[in-house]
Ligand binder design. Structure first.
Ligand code: DGY
Length: 323
């Protein structure tokens, strides 16, 4: 049908999820699951697309908007949308949607797992057993830091922050949070305490970053910030790599300004195997899997489809991010 809308999906997603789009539109899809669509193919597809279902690996910027004269909606398979120039999209009346809520608990589970792995040196422990290096029981062998009764500082208290706080309270942690806006209801509901950024940094045993990457949060963690943290404290980042100045983080880890880091996100993803961060024993590194459970990724895909279909049918999408 000549005037069916065209939807381009930038990664190979399951037919069972995408088939709903087929009933309504012509659908084009990149043919690999693990490799991002090359830029030239994306730009070419964008020329004719009414809708794009994108991953965080795609840069959706002015160059792309310039060529995509039919584009009405970009549905990003992530809660974060720093890969998209939303201001520019809004100027061009293009709706941008993300996938909040459906990934909250899954991402909180991962954040708390990473905190446990880092504090209790679980990756080192697994490696020791696998590599035949377990020679005997000894008093301080692989002794890590406690989690219970320690202070967790959450930077960025949205719904994922609240979900992590619940988990932390189950471990008898004290929870501080820092946010642009203070949240009295959350304080009452969960028993968490608001702190200035400096107080949180100075008092926390685990500093967990959950804030989105914006102009304001880019480079928020510098040498000065790491210096203010306890030398026994851990830095956990499951938000976006550039929120910390990576070279300053490496410095802090090498100099013993902080005890360790648990990182699910990096400046460059995938991180190269010879990256300095990966040479450090006090770093636990994961490949950006915050929301990666089968159930949650499927729910995220469905939400992207809902949003696309809503916009193309002139209805209100469920989760737009344009201001
Ligand atoms: C998000 O949703 O922003 C995550 O980083 C992707 O897993």
């Amino acid at each position: 049908m000549a005037n069916k809308p065209y939807i381009y999906v930038t990664r190979k997603l399951p037919e069972s999820v995408i088939s709903r789009l087929n009933n309504f539109a012509e659908v084009g899809m990149w043919n690999r699951e693990e490799t991002p669509v090359p830029r030239n193919i994306l730009l070419n597809e964008a020329k004719k697309a009414d809708a794009l279902l994108t991953m965080l690996s795609e840069k959706v910027d002015t160059e792309l908007f310039e060529v995509s004269t039919n584009l009405k909606v970009v549905a990003n398979l992530a809660v974060g949308f720093d890969n998209i120039d939303v201001e520019e999209a809004t100027k061009r009346k293009i709706v941008v949607c993300n996938t909040p809520d459906v990934l909250t608990d899954t991402t909180a589970d991962l954040a708390f797992s990473l905190l446990l792995m880092t504090g209790r040196r679980l990756v080192e422990a697994v490696d020791v057993v696998r590599n035949g290096e377990w020679k005997s029981w000894s008093p301080y062998f692989l002794a890590g830091s406690d989690i219970h009764h320690k202070t967790l500082g959450i930077v960025g208290m949205g719904s994922i922050g609240e979900a992590v706080a619940k988990r932390a309270l189950g471990f008898d942690m004290q929870v501080l949070y820092h946010n642009r806006n203070r949240k009295p209801e959350t304080e009452t509901k969960l028993g968490v305490e608001y702190a200035s950024f400096n107080k949180l940094i100075e008092q926390s045993d685990y500093v967990l970053v959950l804030t989105p990457l914006t102009k304001e949060t880019k480079g928020m963690f510098t040498k000065d910030v790491f210096k203010k943290m306890k030398k026994s404290a851990f830095f956990i980042n499951v938000a976006r790599g550039p929120i910390a100045v990576e070279s300053d983080l490496i410095w802090a880890l090498k100099e013993g300004e902080i005890a360790g880091a648990g990182l699910d996100v990096f400046d460059q993803e995938p991180i190269s195997q010879d990256h300095p961060l990966l040479q450090l024993d006090n770093v636990v590194a994961l490949p950006h899997i915050g929301s990666a459970s089968v159930e949650t990724r499927t729910a995220m895909m469905k939400l992207c489809c809902d949003n696309i279909l809503a916009v193309l049918n002139n209805e209100k999408p469920k989760t737009p991010v344009n201001k």
